[in-house]
Design a protein around this ligand. Structure first.
Ligand SMILES: CC(=O)N[C@H]1[C@@H](OP(=O)(O)OP(=O)(O)OC[C@H]2O[C@@H](n3ccc(=O)[nH]c3=O)[C@H](O)[C@@H]2O)O[C@H](CO)[C@@H](O)[C@@H]1O[C@H](C)C(=O)N[C@@H](C)C(=O)N[C@H](CCC(=O)O)C(=O)O
Length: 487
């Protein structure tokens, strides 16, 4: 494809004497082939501009970089915000993309919301996919990209690949890193959703205001003019998100007990799920949602909002909520033991998340809540006793085990977790053994929660050159252990 064609389509001026044949886009000089447009960005670890000469040597025909950069021998697109310019150009190259794109931002709930949106579309017979922490998910398969919001080249490549496979609808996660690094620029989305905001990633964003501003780029720029903002209305930051969307002239679709479009009237937890009473367009609906926890109810209703905002039928959409499958590693019902105990696997690996998962499960426990959990090595040590305290106070039986000990001594990590716990706590380092003990202990009426790893597929042992990932999947192990109890 000619560079001039891409520039014209993107509304970008072509630097003089600049036409060339373009074969691809790269932001890593090691991926440059003849005909590539190279994005040279100043990052946290490297200055991409240091690799411009090597990229041109490898055949780069154009370089998108700051005005100060030197790009002799290639067309230089100079811009103070090169990531954004690169995205605009690349979006013209990676075509077609699926016709309906929706993006979800917020601190929590992004993964579940995009996955539930995909499920609802699928139940309506639509070829749908999701992109996020679980990877690129189509039907029952997920292919990891390593990030929640992949880099711009991977993202656009995924979108056009999906379109070529016949996928028409994609829901994707817009992380604050992704939004602030213009990883999802390019194709404008029809609908964007905001779930909630709480303290996170302040190493990167400095203040909560900066963090919120990064999230709001979704409404300020990424959602197309004339598009819709779906907002969970019950969060402390919701009113400000609504303000951003209104200022931009987006159509508002609010969801929650304070929601004007999908209004949550009542929520009653019970059995393996919860009953939701909602009002939509003057009609009342009762939904038996097969997911646990107030936050999963919120995610399911925001997903319904996304589907309705992109033209879904109300009755079919609310009906689909009754048939949702639990999301991988998000209060996922992994097994039911022969004694009838449901076993849940959740990604909760911070004190807050562990507390929330325990609170979500508590109304479903007739007997005891048994929690298996640990804390990671080479990460925030302060959270270890705090997680211990949360488990000690919230569970009836807590078993401390190993979870990605990395470069640290796993016994020392467990000791720090146990420091926050009372004397009833048990310690079983081997995670498989710990899960087996929890399931063997469980009786009818009990509930087991295995927390920390969620969708992860391995135990990380060692660090640096010594690091190894031993295959480990909580869901598989829970199923095996539950099966073994039945024999
Ligand atoms: C802090 C952060 O977000 N970093 C991301 C960012 O890196 P960066 O721009 O700082 O890049 P850098 O490594 O300094 O390199 C600068 C440039 O030189 C290039 N380079 C570098 C080395 C080389 O040999 N050749 C070369 O060309 C790089 O490709 C890059 O373009 O851009 C890279 C490419 O898109 C990402 O891979 C990288 O994610 C790192 C690995 C990461 O761990 N990010 C996490 C924090 C993240 O993004 N998380 C979010 C949030 C998840 C959540 O919600 O919790 C996510 O969306 O996953």
């Amino acid at each position: 494809m000619k560079l001039v064609t891409l520039c014209t389509a993107a509304g970008i001026a072509l630097p003089k004497d600049g036409d060339a044949n373009v074969t691809g886009f790269a932001i890593d000089h090691r991926k440059v082939a003849p005909g590539t447009v190279f994005g040279a960005f100043r990052g946290a670890t490297f200055n991409g501009e240091d690799f411009i000469a090597a990229a041109i040597n490898a055949g780069a025909v154009a370089v998108v970089a700051s005005p100060e950069a030197k790009a002799e021998g290639a067309v230089h697109f100079a811009d103070a915000e090169p990531r954004r310019l690169f995205a605009r150009l690349a979006a013209q190259f990676f075509t077609p993309v699926p016709e309906t794109l929706v993006a979800v931002t917020g601190t929590n709930g992004k993964t579940s919301t995009v996955e539930l949106t995909r499920q609802i579309w699928r139940m309506a017979g639509i070829r749908a996919a999701s992109i996020g922490t679980l990877g690129v998910t189509t039907s029952d398969e997920s292919v990891s990209t390593g990030l929640t919001t992949p880099d711009i080249v991977t993202f656009l490549g995924n979108l056009s690949g999906l379109a070529r496979e016949g996928v028409t609808h994609v829901a994707y996660e817009a992380s604050s890193h992704g939004l602030s690094q213009y990883r999802i620029e390019g194709p404008r989305v029809a609908v964007g959703a905001f779930t909630n905001l709480s303290r996170d990633h302040l190493d990167y964003h400095a203040t909560m205001e900066d963090y919120f501003a990064a999230k709001m780029r979704l409404f300020d720029e990424v959602v197309a003019q004339g598009g819709t903002a779906v907002v969970w209305a019950d969060d402390a930051w919701s009113d400000r998100a609504i303000e951003h969307a209104s200022r931009r002239g987006l159509r508002l679709f609010t969801v929650g007990s304070r929601g004007a479009d999908i209004r949550l009237l009542a929520r009653t937890p019970g059995g393996l799920g919860q009953r939701l009473e909602i009002e939509y367009a003057g009609q009342n609906f009762t939904i038996e949602l097969p997911l646990i926890g107030a936050y999963q109810a919120a995610n399911a209703l925001v997903a319904a909002g996304l589907v309705l905002a992109t033209g879904g039928d109300a009755r079919a959409t609310f009906d689909a909520l009754k048939r949702l499958q639990t999301v991988r590693g998000r209060i996922e019902r992994a097994a039911i033991t022969p004694a009838g105990t449901p076993v849940y696997v959740d990604y909760a690996h911070t004190p807050d998340a562990l507390e929330a998962a325990i609170a979500a499960l508590r109304p479903h426990v007739a007997g005891r809540l048994i929690v298996v959990f640990g804390a990671g090595g080479d990460r925030d040590t302060g959270k270890r006793p705090e997680m211990g305290k949360v488990a000690s106070e919230g569970a009836d039986l807590a078993i401390v085990t190993d979870d990605n000990s990395r470069g640290e001594d796993p016994a020392a990590i467990r000791a720090m977790v146990l420091a926050g716990m009372d004397s009833r706590a048990r310690e079983i380092g081997d995670r498989r053994e710990a899960i087996g003990a929890a399931l063997a202990e469980a009786k009818a009426g009990d509930v087991v929660l295995i927390a920390g790893k969620g969708h992860e597929q391995g135990q990380i042992i060692g660090s640096g050159a010594e690091a190894r990932v031993l295959p480990f999947d909580d869901v598989t192990v829970a199923r095996e252990m539950a099966g073994a109890l039945g024999r």
